[in-house]
Design a protein around this ligand. Structure first.
Ligand code: SF4
Length: 622
């Protein structure tokens, strides 16, 4: 371990942050990327002796916690992963969607077989957990070879005698170790989703196993909270409803089940399928309303429940390999929530899976983030991010009125490198320009000329951030070009484009050998997570914000704003949600360029619309 020497801001703010958390206040801490937020909260725990719940958007962010902890503090940490990741008995899983297979552990003999989890791991969390899963699988094999356990005729593991078995469940082992850890790392949904939170803080018999009041609660990358909560609602697709109809028809044939419950369930499902087929779904979220036919039958959803339960009982009795997903249950749960919706609506959208054809789906989308955050009232909570939502946002949208808002850059000079913002005029990605191919082509050419000029003068790689994939790649079916179409061939070997197959390691490898132009999309993976560094210094010297990344004002966004204006007395909501959305996206992109206090970068705001008071106040005069 290395001795930890707090940076200037960490040392100065320690006392204030600790005092406020001790007083059970809420703190919002904005500190630039590379300024040491993660080491700060570990330092806080190390010095105060307090336990932390550390919440991140994805498991990827556990790596940063692990690296800082092993380097300086070696606090006992548990990294919580989901059941579907940690379960060694993959044959019990007929569906990777954890929520839709809640019975997976029912009757499993490993549920109470627990091993001690190492809380001082010396390898990244992913690697450690792969190791304990492999060990568990090996122990299962050994126990079978030693006649301690065997598979019954249905494929379930059963114990054969009184001998001590060595096999264990990694998931429940991690759960049972959590209470002994000083830091428990988990993703947002484990803490913010009420039913998952209940499970996590309670044992297998429902007894309380951890008291949330014993912890400081730390939200990392807190600018993601709204978007994570927006997606908490259930969804169903054409495929789900079709699957539920097949399940009903195949498992409960009408000849044998001539009752009104069976007929009622069938009719409701068929009408629902028609409703989904009839939606004109696109990329945007469109407000969905059930047809009168479905509405008049919604009282029959308990018929679906009856057959879902019957199906589950049959399923549980089948050999493991023949168990199937319970589509009836998925549809029932969706309709149950839809009937009780107060703080949201149902929206239709076309979904593009990584594999297979796109399909239509219905999603329950919620409006009011504060409903999911209210359990944090009067608890010691620290929200932190390099791009923190404004104080207005936190007090109005999240409903934390009395909080301490700290912007580290306002107090300390250059905590995370220097970004020099400038506005470059002469082009825009405004929608009406995109409607005219001739004008749009001229604008794209100008963008590309600026990109090439910047690249030829840059010290290091250039990051180009555009508002959408359509602006990057164009829409070739409609003969609309994209920026990528204007990249000269000679620069292609030195360019990378954001797409689902592009990996961080490939970009980093290329950036280490060549100066690159990296084309990315706001909201895509590159701008949220990538760190292109060498010896802790950023390999990006220039960022081009090619177009203003405004929030897409689809039905959902419009209705969310309307709902919040009505329930939160209206003031400023549009501006908070609409402009902050873009501001956070721009700051996220710019943040890729400074990963240490020694980095300096040019940030070019390339859209005529940046030439206004809001953007000058929030970016240039900051
Ligand atoms: S108890 Fe553990 S091993 Fe058994 S099914 Fe559940 S997660 Fe898998």
């Amino acid at each position: 371990m290395e001795p930890f020497h707090p940076r200037e801001w960490q040392g100065h703010l320690f006392g204030t942050v600790e005092k406020n958390l001790e007083d059970r206040n809420v703190i919002a801490l904005e500190a630039p990327t590379g300024s040491g937020k993660t080491s700060f909260i570990l330092y806080l725990s190390f010095m105060s002796g307090k336990k932390l719940i550390y919440v991140t958007r994805t498991h990827n962010e556990f790596t940063r916690l692990y690296e800082d902890n092993i380097k300086y503090f070696d606090l006992p940490v548990i990294y919580l992963y989901g059941k579907s990741t940690l379960c060694p008995l993959k044959e019990r899983w007929y569906d990777s969607d954890e929520e839709s297979q809640k019975n997976v552990c029912k009757g499993c003999i490993l549920k109470d077989k627990i091993m001690d989890i190492d809380m001082h791991i010396k390898m990244p969390p992913d690697d450690y957990y792969n190791k304990i899963i492999s060990l568990s699988i090996e122990n299962i094999r050994n126990d079978i070879n030693n006649n301690l356990i065997k598979r019954d005729s249905k494929g379930n593991l059963i114990q054969t005698g009184n001998g001590n078995i060595t096999a264990y469940c990694p998931y429940y082992s991690v759960r049972s170790s959590m209470k002994n850890a000083t830091v428990v790392a988990m993703t947002y949904n484990y803490l913010l989703n009420p039913s998952i939170r209940f499970n996590i803080f309670h044992g297998t018999e429902g007894e309380e196993s951890m008291d949330i009041n014993d912890y400081y609660i730390i939200f990392d990358e807190a600018h993601n909270i709204d978007s994570v909560i927006e997606n908490f609602g259930r969804s169903i697709s054409e495929k789900t409803v079709n699957g539920s109809i097949n399940e009903l028809v195949d498992t409960f044939p009408l000849e044998e089940y001539k009752c009104h419950e069976r007929i009622g369930a069938n009719l409701l499902l068929e009408k629902l399928e028609k409703d989904i087929e009839g939606t004109k779904s696109g990329d945007d979220l469109k407000l969905f309303r059930f047809s009168d036919d479905v509405k008049s039958r919604l009282g029959d959803i308990n018929y679906i429940q009856i057959f879902s339960e019957k199906f589950q009982a049959i399923n549980d009795n089948r050999p493991i390999k023949e168990r199937r997903r319970n589509y009836l249950e998925t549809v029932y749960n969706f309709l149950y929530d839809a009937q009780r919706l107060e703080n949201g609506d149902i929206y239709s959208q076309k979904f593009y899976p990584e594999r297979g054809d796109p399909y239509k789906r219905l999603r329950i989308m919620y409006y009011n983030t504060s409903e999911y955050l209210k359990f944090l009232k009067n608890k010691p909570v620290l929200f932190m991010s390099g791009t923190m939502p404004s104080a207005d946002h936190i007090s109005k949208i999240w409903n934390f009125e009395n909080m301490l808002y700290i912007r580290v850059n306002d107090i300390f000079y250059n905590t995370g490198g220097v970004k020099k913002y400038s506005i470059v005029k002469g082009f825009s990605t405004l929608g009406r320009y995109r409607d005219n191919t001739e004008i749009w082509s001229d604008i794209l050419k100008k963008y590309m000329e600026f990109i090439i000029k910047t690249y030829s003068n840059s010290i290091n790689s250039v990051l180009v951030a555009v508002p959408s994939y359509k602006i990057l790649y164009g829409d070739h079916d409609k003969r609309i070009p994209g920026i990528a179409d204007y990249l000269p061939d000679e620069l292609r070997p030195f360019s990378v484009f954001e797409n689902k197959k592009l990996t961080y390691s490939l970009i980093i490898k290329k950036a280490l050998s060549d100066k690159l132009i990296i084309f990315s999309v706001h909201g895509g993976r590159l701008l949220e997570g990538i760190q292109i560094t060498k010896n802790n210094r950023s390999l990006i010297s220039d960022v081009i914000i090619a177009g203003l990344p405004l929030m897409p004002l689809d039905d959902y966004r419009k209705n969310k704003i309307k709902y919040l204006e009505k329930t939160l007395s209206g003031e400023n909501i549009y501006s908070i949600l609409y402009y902050e959305y873009a501001l956070i996206k721009i700051k996220q992109a710019a943040g890729r360029s400074t990963r240490s206090p020694d980095d300096m970068a040019n940030i070019y705001l390339c859209d005529d619309r940046f030439d206004s008071k809001y953007w000058r106040d929030n970016l240039l005069n900051n």
